[in-house]
Design a protein around this ligand. Structure first.
Ligand SMILES: [Zn+2]
Length: 157
């Protein structure tokens, strides 16, 4: 885990729900990735940092021009569905005809990150499950489901 991710997770444990500074993380460590509107709970910091690291590495392969920039539009919690949504916006400064292989790899990385988020508490990063308070769903560990929603662990566990 990077210091950035560790701090984001740690900061979030105290506040329960917070934002991580994805923009600074990209600007500092992954300049070929730009995230426009990152807005997620801190428990997913690790997953997001890992995802950005992977797409950033992909953007540095030989088939991508040096000036190309991957723009990720939204990183957000799905409401009311729960879970994580990552919107890949575009690759700038690259011939659109040459992008399909890169985009396919980027989508694979993004998809697997969103899949994994479904079992990671959005507050603390522990193992989580989907909880529904009647209005919307959340991915929480048992502890945060109880603390935030007042819900008992899901039946059968
Ligand atoms: Zn939790």
């Amino acid at each position: 885990m990077t210091d950035f991710a560790r701090n984001a997770v740690r900061g979030n444990v105290a506040e329960t729900v917070g934002l991580i500074d994805v923009e600074t993380f990209c600007a500092k460590h992954h300049p070929k990735v730009h995230c426009v509107r990152p807005n997620i709970s801190g428990g997913w910091s690790n997953l997001i940092a890992e995802m950005i690291g992977k797409v950033s590495a992909r953007m540095q392969q030989d088939d991508v021009p040096a000036e190309a920039l991957l723009v990720i539009g939204d990183i957000k919690e799905l409401v009311p569905g729960g879970g994580l949504a990552i919107v890949v916006q575009e690759i700038q400064n690259m011939d659109p005809k040459a992008q399909s292989a890169v985009m396919r790899d980027v989508f694979d990385i993004v998809e697997s990150t969103c899949d994994r988020a479904e079992t990671v508490c959005s507050c603390c990063g522990s193992e989580g499950n989907e909880y529904d308070d009647g209005d919307r769903a959340y991915i929480f560990c048992d502890e945060h489901a109880q603390e935030i929603l007042g819900l008992a662990p899901a039946p059968g566990r």
